[in-house]
Design a protein around this ligand. Sequence first.
Ligand code: UTP
Length: 472
Amino acid sequence: MNYETIFKKYKNAGQEHVFKFFDELNKKDQEIFLTQLSQIDIDQVSTLIQQATAHKLTQDTDQLEPLPQDIVDVSHPQWYQNGLQLIAENKVAVILMAGGQGTRLGSQDPKGCYDIGLPSHKSLFQLQAERIQRLQTLASSFYSKNSIIPWYIMTSGPTDIPTRQFFKQHNYFGLSEQNVLFFKQGVLPCFNLQGKFMLEEKGKLAVAPDGNGGIYNALHREGVIKSLKERGILYSHCYCVDNSLAKVADPIFIGYCASRHTDVGIKVVAKNNPEEPVGVVARRNGKYGVVEYSEISDELANMRSNLDGSLAYGAANIANHFFSTDFLERVPSFANQLEYHVAHKKIPFIDASTGDRVFPKEPNGIKLERFVFDVFSHSEAFSVLHVDRADEFAPLKNGSGAGVDCPETSRTAILNQAQRFITMAGGHYQDQSIEVEISPLLSYGGENLEKLNGKFIKKSCILNSLDDVYSQ
Ligand code: UTP
């Protein structure tokens, strides 16, 4: 598309102000800017802006109901075996959502590169890679097959290059390069409260990733669905990069969902208290979905079940999902019914009157996002698995020292889990100051530690193999 065509499109959409500084740009920057502008579906974005500025995206009239108790299951040993078998048959993939900008954490690097301060200093990406590798080993040896769990990693504009580089630098953490596949989510232009696009630079629109729900478009556009089908993958485990305890490709969850012919599955934990700022799984207008913390009234948040006195809206979402490939393939058939969520943010911009860059102190613009759970209402066979928070959920959201959902809480969660695994195996710590980190390559979920029965661990260590204890 040439300048005239693009200008006309933007003028028709009332966004021609983005060309204000065009003549000041050199030839190369003009071309880069025109390429960016031409890649935006301006008609679609204009409709979204109209909806957002008219506040049509709010959901005040929604009818909420708690999750029926009979839809929630708790772990059963048979599911582990079912899941491991599906992994052994190469029918399971892992999809990671790692496109977020991690603004609260405040690190320059993608969140997955973060070192939460474990004795080994492994990054979140490394922990997750090693869990995958361990499961491949377990499935391969149990079923005498060469099991592969392909790992599809969703990045975004800001995280794509550094994420790829990090994996390359670390040799894919021992996984095979051809089974670690990156794909990039889309972006949407940011706009001010009057619905006008904002310039990040004189020749660059301010854009932001389209939320973790951008995953569905990206899966199709970037050829992931095709790849899943070519590899014969039936089920995927989809999770967020920032859960330090993420049980990647959890065989129990896979086995559970598959045995119920689930198309969309979700793990939940008990909400800690009515005020905890987490989304809960519930029914909205008769369909399953996640109700965000901000969408639920105090009265509903405090409501208790008549059966056992637990919170009626107490099934907290930990962003661990199961999808059948069939379901993922079906998403485009209803994608245009999915709404965008409005997020008011502080967006740096070029002031049109002065040409200067402004860093606002208050939210001055809007980002539009979709959430991964927006599709749940279209599920035809929805399953919910109740899991133990201590073993499954330690989110890394905030910077060091925040006291909640921060590197320190993630580190503690992993080391406490190791202690539980060792105790379950019959081992003991000589004293309470001891810290043991168990490499995921040695044990995925507490297995393989039986030889620690009766053993006293005398000093802090990283357990890469049981020899590390015998040699103490
Ligand atoms: P959050 O909503 O917590 O965002 O993402 P974030 O980027 O990690 O952190 P803040 O809000 O800027 O501080 C939850 C998960 O969804 C992914 C993130 O990478 C994280 O795994 N995500 C988020 C995406 O993949 N894409 C997005 O556009 C947004």
